[in-house]
Design a protein around this ligand. Sequence first.
Ligand code: 5AD
Ligand code: SF4
Length: 442
Amino acid sequence: MSNLSNPEGARVYLETYGCQMNIADSQTVAVVLRRAGYARAESPEDADVILLNTCAIREHAEERVLGRLSDLARLKQRRPALKLGLLGCMAQHNRAALIDKAPWVDVVAGPDSYRRLPELLGREGFDPAVDVRLDRAETYADIPPEHDSAVRAYVTVMRGCDKFCAFCVVPYVRGRERSIPPNDILREVRELAADGVREVVLLGQTVNAYRCAEVDFGGLLRLIAQIDGIERIRFTSPHPSDMSDSLIEAMASEPKVQPYLHLPVQSGSDRMLAAMDRGYTVEQYLRLVERLRAAIPELALSTDIIVGFHGEEESDFDATLALMRAVRYDHAFTFKYSVREHTRAFKLGDSVSEDEKSRRLSAVIALQEQISLARNRATIGREFPVLVEGAARRGEGKLAGKTPQFKTAVFGAQEDARPGAMVRVRVESATAHSLIGTLAAT
Ligand code: 5AD
Ligand code: SF4
């Protein structure tokens, strides 16, 4: 992207950390800056402005960004005119400490301040330009983001979170829940379909809490399913407490809505779930899984699990392993608890040692590997429709794409199997992370 109408020709390099929401936000930032006359730089060395869009969910994420900021400080020493900006959740979370640790940063902007970035970047002065106002109304609905994948695109449908789980910083850094009007979403998805996008992933911190007047999340899925050209619809991340009948109905009856659900459980212990303020018990969660599997027989499930939350005893941890064995997830994202300032759990402390957290983490990973492998092996001999994405990461000349269940399928390339094509793949072998197969006759 170059923009010759920019009299100064300033080039921006944008680096993104963290979740899909941040990737989508960076696409919005790219549009805001392009409209203001900035051009895109291909590398940090090439840039007049470097922006880091950051994540605050765990301490480790923040440490990575601080490390990167020290590297960039050296670049700035050589080129004092270079502007450095920090965007996103970390900017919102701990701006004072951040400016203390990295005083060479020129701009600090939270997730609701991207519209004002050109103005913040234009400010001159010794102190950083800071804008971390949270805005209950900001949805960027009028700024269609720049999408870079031709096959799959991410579409933000709601922002913020009202759940306030005790461990989580998101409600503090991303502010209150707000949904984008269906008409804006439908317009964006229609444009994507016209551009050749075949799959949309609807994004929101608690995406199934979506509601705009009469349209709930199930209703939104039904509306999007009517758009020609879009063949697959996915969404992430739903909260178990918002899995309404309307949503389950829409998943069961709309063929375009894919049979895959990321359903974060966090813990298999009722005591921990209560301490975490998750709003459900193990039994309620298991009943929900049963209802989902009854309604959507081909459903694949993944989850998020935190080990070592404050107060987690061996028996609580065993309960998490038991829940994993009961549900048999296809995949799990597993994390060591990380104490976050501002959250409700911050005051409680951190009772599980780092070594013990590591041990528990290794145990959940090992168990999940076994389960994933068994579940993937169970697909050997079956055929799945696969939306071709491009070259496989490993494997000479092979292509990769996802099955409806969001499993990666790897298969031999053929003339007609171009990115965006829907092919049928017959599974011949499997690892814990992918299915390996051949193209089947269509
Ligand atoms: N420590 C560890 N993991 C966390 N998550 C959220 N907050 C924390 C924290 N403080 C995890 C949860 C959530 C996922 C996005 O990140 O599992 O679902
Ligand atoms: Fe964080 Fe809980 Fe909101 Fe998810 S639902 S973003 S874990 S507060």
